[in-house]
Design a protein around this ligand. Structure first.
Ligand code: SAM
Ligand code: SF4
Ligand code: F3S
Length: 442
């Protein structure tokens, strides 16, 4: 077969990882990637179900594909990801243009499902939870994403059941991949140019395989010489164990940005969300980490306007943001998700939620601006990831994941370079390369 596949991805980094792995798989049956819709014989949409309008977004996308292919041969249309898992058969019924529906734990079946469809023209839905077979299969196929900063999923699913969240239903129960499997994949990525590994999981710090926890895994990955930086996301405060906190003392490669979603600054709301931790426990984690390394910064996710959120709960979130000085964070208005406990709770006034969101976002932006400003005239280490779109400069990331643009060359890609920051805005630092290696780095 000589076919072209167009893959569009919504949602989190795990979906991005999955899309890369799906491509690694379908290459084996003759598909090549295309960035142009019109060229595709196969259109795959990897979907996200985390907030409202997720379903509508999918049907809207399909409407677009239909239009593009109106006077051409219809492509094979595959819906993957969390909406596929949640809606399964319903999607085939509602939209006959869809040929295959395949959930996140069934990607090991993707090649057979496609070949089967091509042969028999039968619509197929695969939405079983089978993480073991999925990763056993993916382990036999090289991860060819070939990026300087590469994602590596180590854990899938969630047993926490926060009352607002669909993930336990779309990704199934927690599953941790065998350590050797992960190390093989990390070594392969390193041999193919990866300098940074971002370990992924819906509950990445709940990783547990035989005697191994996330802390052991980080040490093992640290031994791979080509890997210069290690990150992990997303973690839950309840699984922020002391052994993991201590890694920040001993590891030379673990980056000092801790993404630890807190969702709300109010204990009342945390309890209603079923988050299983309190604000004082969150502060304890923060204090322990800051004691170990004062340069550590925190980022978080916030849900604003959760049912029952009163002005004092909102103020508690605002105060927490000011205390912790979160950077690089995300905030969303609560979105009721079908099938979750919070879906049946009484919503608060939309206008109030929107006003509160604006206040929170402005505060988070201000933190970010201040952090970026504080780096002006300082020299920081930047891992160079690529040329900028106009190819005149290079793009990289600071240790805190902030984008940095400076006057580097193509040969700098993959290197960690000292860059003097000249100016900044909320999202980006602009700098110039420092040639003197004795320069002190901030
Ligand atoms: N496992 C992570 C944790 O425990 O924080 C979060 C994973 S979830 C994919 C990413 C973020 O989406 C959450 O941290 C939360 O802020 C947001 N989110 C999830 N469900 C939501 C909902 N129903 N409405 C608004 N935001 C939501
Ligand atoms: Fe969702 Fe994270 Fe809660 Fe799991 S721990 S239910 S993924 S928010
Ligand atoms: Fe979305 Fe599924 Fe990720 S719901 S955020 S794609 S786990």
């Amino acid at each position: 077969m000589n076919q072209k596949i167009f893959i569009k991805t919504f949602g989190c980094q795990m979906n991005e990882y999955d899309s890369n792995r799906i491509y690694d798989s379908v290459k084996k049956i003759g598909f090549q990637k295309t960035e142009k819709y019109e060229e595709a014989n196969c259109y795959l949409l990897n979907t996200c179900h985390i907030r409202d309008k997720a379903k509508e977004k999918v049907y809207h996308e399909i409407g677009r594909v239909k239009k593009i292919f109106r006077s051409k041969q219809k492509p094979l249309v595959i819906i993957a990801g969390c909406v596929a898992q949640a809606e399964n058969q319903e999607m085939l019924k509602r939209e006959p243009y869809i040929d295959l529906v395949i959930g996140p734990q069934s990607y090991h079946k993707i090649n057979d499902t496609i070949l089967n469809h091509i042969e028999k023209k039968k619509k197929i839905e695969e939405t079983e939870f089978d993480a073991i077979s999925k990763f056993d299969y993916l382990n036999k196929i090289n991860n060819d994403s070939g990026k300087i900063s590469s994602f590596l999923t180590i854990q899938e699913g969630c047993d926490k059941f926060c009352h607002f969240c669909v993930v336990p239903y779309t990704r199934g129960p927690e599953y941790s991949r065998p350590l050797e499997q992960i190390l093989d994949e990390a070594k392969y990525l390193a041999d193919n140019g990866a300098q940074e590994i971002v370990l992924l999981g819906q509950n990445v710090n709940a990783y547990s395989y035989e005697q191994n926890k996330l802390s052991n895994l980080i040490f093992e990955i640290e031994k791979i010489p080509q890997i210069k930086r290690i990150r992990y996301t997303t973690s839950h405060p309840k699984d922020m164990s002391d052994d993991l906190i201590k890694v920040y003392k001993s590891s030379k490669k673990l980056m000092p940005l801790v993404h630890l979603p807190v969702q709300s600054g109010s204990n009342k709301i945390l309890e209603r969300m079923n988050r299983k931790h309190t604000i004082s426990e969150y502060h304890k984690i923060f204090d322990k980490l800051k004691d170990i390394n004062p340069n550590i910064e925190f980022s978080s996710d916030f849900i604003i306007g959760y049912p029952g959120e009163e002005e004092e709960d909102f103020q508690a979130t605002f105060e927490l943001i000011n205390k912790i000085k979160f950077i690089n964070s995300f905030s969303f208005i609560f979105s009721p998700r079908p099938g979750t406990v919070a879906a049946d709770l009484e919503l608060i006034d939309k206008k109030i939620s929107m006003e509160r969101l604006e206040i929170i976002q402005n505060q988070l932006f201000e933190n970010q601006i201040n952090m970026n400003k504080s780096l002006e005239n300082k020299t920081i280490n930047v891992l160079v990831e690529n040329l900028t779109d106009d190819k005149t400069q290079v793009f990289g990331r600071s240790e805190y994941m902030t984008s940095v643009i400076f006057n580097g060359k193509k040969e700098d890609i993959g290197k960690i370079l000292p860059v003097r920051i000249i100016k900044s805005n909320r999202s980006t630092l602009f700098g110039e390369i420092i040639n003197n290696s004795n320069q002190k780095v901030a």
